[in-house]
Design a protein around this ligand. Structure first.
Ligand SMILES: Nc1ncnc2c1ncn2[C@@H]1O[C@H](COP(=O)(O)OP(=O)(O)OP(=O)(O)O)[C@@H](O)[C@H]1O
Ligand SMILES: [Mg+2]
Ligand SMILES: [Zn+2]
Length: 234
C-alpha cells in the first residue's frame, strides 16, 4: 500500500495566498474568509464545553435551591438601610472562599429578611456556583416526619443553608431533637447557616437552648436586626 503521508507533496501550499487566523492572528495558507485555525477551533470547543457545564451546574443548583416561587425573581438590590448593611456583609463574608460565619436575621414581619436572603442565594449560585439551599423550619422538620431522609440530608449538607421562620411555633420533643442535631452537625462540619426568625434576639436564644446558643457564640454568629415598617404592598 502506498504511504500517503510520505508521498504527500505540500509544495502547492506555497502557492496559496496567506490568510490570518482571525483569533490568534497567526499566518496560514488558504482561501477561507474569516479563517479560524485548528488550534483556535479546538480551544473554542473546550471553552464552549466549560461554559455549557457551568450553565448546567447553575441551573441544577437553582432548581434544587428550593427558593420559593415568590422570591425566584428577587433582585439582590437593597430596599432599606438594614438590607444595605446586610448585603454588604453577605458579599464580604461569603463571596471569597474563606470560612464564613453563621448569620442571624431577626425582627419585624415584612422587613425583607426572606427577600434579601433569597436574592443573595440566587446571586451566590450564579456567581460562584455555591450549593445554597433555602427552607423553612416547618418544612425541614416535615421532611423528617414524612421519612424523606434523603432530602432532609440534602438540606443538612448544603454548603450554605438559609433556615427561615425559626421558632414560629413551639416544637415538640422529636422536632427539637432533629433540629438540634442538624444544626450541631452543620456546626461540626463548619457549614454556615443563615438563621431567620421573627423572634427577638433573646427569645431566639431561649428557643434554641443553651447548647446551640453556646455553639453559635463559638462560631461567631453575626446578628442583624430588621426593624421598621413592613415592605409588603409598597
Ligand atoms: N430589596 C427588595 N426589593 C424589592 N422588594 C422587596 C425587597 N425587600 C423586600 N421586598 C418586598 O417586601 C415584601 C416583604 O419581604 P419579605 O417577605 O422578605 O419579609 P420578611 O422579613 O421575610 O417577613 P416575615 O417576617 O413576615 O417572613 C416581599 O414580598 C417583597 O416583595
Ligand atoms: Mg419571611
Ligand atoms: Zn488561531
Amino acid at each position: 500500500m502506498k504511504n500517503i503521508a510520505k508521498g504527500l507533496n505540500l509544495d502547492f501550499l506555497e502557492n496559496l495566498p496567506k490568510v490570518k487566523c482571525i483569533q490568534c492572528q497567526k499566518i496560514y495558507r488558504g482561501y477561507e474568509n474569516n479563517f479560524i485555525c485548528f488550534s483556535c477551533k479546538e480551544r473554542n470547543k473546550i471553552m464552549i464545553d466549560i461554559a455549557t457545564k457551568k450553565e448546567k451546574r447553575i441551573k441544577y443548583l437553582l432548581d434544587n435551591s428550593n427558593i420559593p416561587k415568590r422570591y425566584k425573581l428577587a433582585n439582590f438590590e437593597p430596599k432599606n438601610q438594614i438590607q444595605k448593611i446586610v448585603s454588604e456583609y453577605l458579599i464580604n463574608n461569603f463571596y471569597e472562599n474563606k470560612t464564613s460565619s453563621d448569620t442571624l436575621f431577626f425582627g419585624a414581619i415584612g422587613t425583607g429578611k426572606t427577600y434579601i436572603s433569597c436574592a443573595f442565594a440566587k446571586d451566590l449560585i450564579k456567581r460562584i456556583e455555591k450549593n445554597v439551599k433555602y427552607i423553612t423550619e416547618y418544612r425541614l422538620l416535615n421532611l423528617y416526619f414524612q421519612k424523606d431522609y434523603r432530602l432532609f440530608k440534602n438540606f443538612r449538607d448544603a454548603e450554605i443553608l438559609i433556615l427561615d421562620e425559626i421558632g414560629k411555633r413551639e416544637l415538640i420533643d422529636w422536632q427539637m431533637i432533629q433540629l438540634e442535631e442538624l444544626l450541631s452537625y452543620r456546626f461540626d462540619e463548619m457549614l454556615p447557616t443563615i438563621y431567620i426568625t421573627n423572634l427577638t434576639d433573646s427569645n431566639f436564644k431561649t428557643f434554641l437552648g443553651d447548647r446551640l446558643t453556646d455553639r453559635l457564640r463559638e462560631s461567631n454568629i453575626q446578628r442583624f436586626a430588621f426593624n421598621g415598617d413592613s415592605l409588603r404592598g409598597k
